[in-house]
Design a protein around this ligand. Structure first.
Ligand SMILES: [Fe+2]
Length: 353
């Protein structure tokens, strides 16, 4: 049946506040809207209406314009302070344009309707206004919901990132243990990994590496000689010079290192850097004889750091060299062993420029 209000009708959850100093107007409006199932509040003056708004929620306020104590626009402006979300409408016999403009600009009025009104048209306006209210509130709730879910997701992401960091840390610790074992075999325990990591990170940054590149570089610096574990320790601990077969054996360590690291999920890039950390810029290095830009950038960085670390620390077959000597050796390798651009960047970091 037309106009029948059921329990689920959206109108039953909305409250309309009617404000008019003429009792006959209030009663006529009350009858019209009550039939539609709205909850109705009434006041015959603005002061009482404001008191009601302090106590009760109104979704829509329909107010007369001309009232003895306070005009409708002033009243609705005060009502806006009490209940900013409520839709405000004026019902007035005075339709001068200055009043309408003031109502819209000063009172935040949604609609200005002239008296006498037609019930059906007024009801349609009110219904549209409340549907808009519902839509805006639904949107607001959805946005709040999305924001709160986003907040929760970023919290969960952070927990996951922390856990991944811990897992990676565990893997790195395991590999470091392997690396340590390989170094005990080679008696090459000296070296300042922290300083090398710091220099490497700065060189990487200056060469434009992102967070992932810096992280891979850090891991490769720590793990580049992991493959030593697969080499016969007698070769490393031999006091005389190596035979050509022994040199071939030692040169297997980057490939063994790559194979070991390839077992670990997420270490593909690091494994590749490790494989190529003894390639020479001029193509005479090993294991693949890659040349120039064919060598991964991070391998070119690790190569310089590795040689610097070796020359500045004691080895079983020689003492640590003076820094001037180290710099001279590195410069002699510029463009041969080492990428000139990366070497220049390395020196600028070393000199604190
Ligand atoms: Fe190496």
């Amino acid at each position: 049946m037309r106009g029948r209000v059921t329990k689920g009708d959206f109108r039953v959850k909305y409250t309309i506040l009617l404000v008019d100093d003429e009792t006959s107007v209030i009663n006529a409006l009350y009858r019209a809207f009550r039939k539609d199932g709205y909850n109705i509040l009434k006041a015959d003056n603005p002061a009482d209406a404001l008191d009601i708004l302090k106590r009760e929620k109104a979704h829509l306020i329909l107010s007369d314009y001309r009232m003895p104590e306070m005009d409708g626009i002033t009243f609705l402006r005060e009502a806006m302070n009490l209940q900013p979300d409520a839709i405000r409408m004026i019902l007035s016999g005075y339709a001068e344009s200055s009043i309408i403009i003031s109502a819209i600009n000063d009172g935040g009025i949604y609609k200005f309707i002239t008296k006498p009104w037609e019930d059906d048209l007024l009801k349609i306006e009110v219904r549209h206004a409340l549907e808009r209210y519902e839509l805006e509130n639904t949107n607001k709730r959805l946005i709040e919901d999305i924001e709160s879910k986003n907040e929760y997701l970023s919290h969960v992401n952070k927990i996951l990132a922390d856990k991944i960091d811990k897992i990676e840390e565990g893997v790195v610790n395991t590999i470091e243990m392997l690396s340590y074992l390989s170094k005990t075999k080679t008696l090459n325990l000296t070296g300042n990994i922290e300083e090398i990591s710091r220099i490497g990170k700065e060189v990487g940054k200056r060469l434009g590496l992102g967070d992932k590149g810096i992280k891979d570089l850090y891991l490769a610096i720590k793990l580049h000689d992991t493959g030593n574990i697969g080499i016969d320790s007698c070769i490393f601990n031999k006091s005389g010079s190596l035979t050509s077969d022994e040199r071939v054996e030692v040169k297997r360590h980057p490939v063994i290192g790559e194979e070991v690291l390839s077992f670990l999920n997420g270490f593909g890039e690091v494994a590749k850097i490790v494989r190529h950390h003894h390639e020479y810029y001029d193509g005479t290095g090993y294991p693949d004889g890659l040349k120039g830009d064919e060598i991964p950038l991070l391998s070119r960085i690790v190569h310089i750091l590795d040689v610097y670390d070796s020359l500045t620390n004691n080895r079983s077959y020689r003492r640590a060299l003076e820094i001037k000597e180290v710099e001279k050796i590195l410069l002699e390798g510029r463009g041969k062993m080492f990428d000139p651009a990366v070497l220049d960047m390395f020196f600028s970091v070393l000199e604190g420029k």
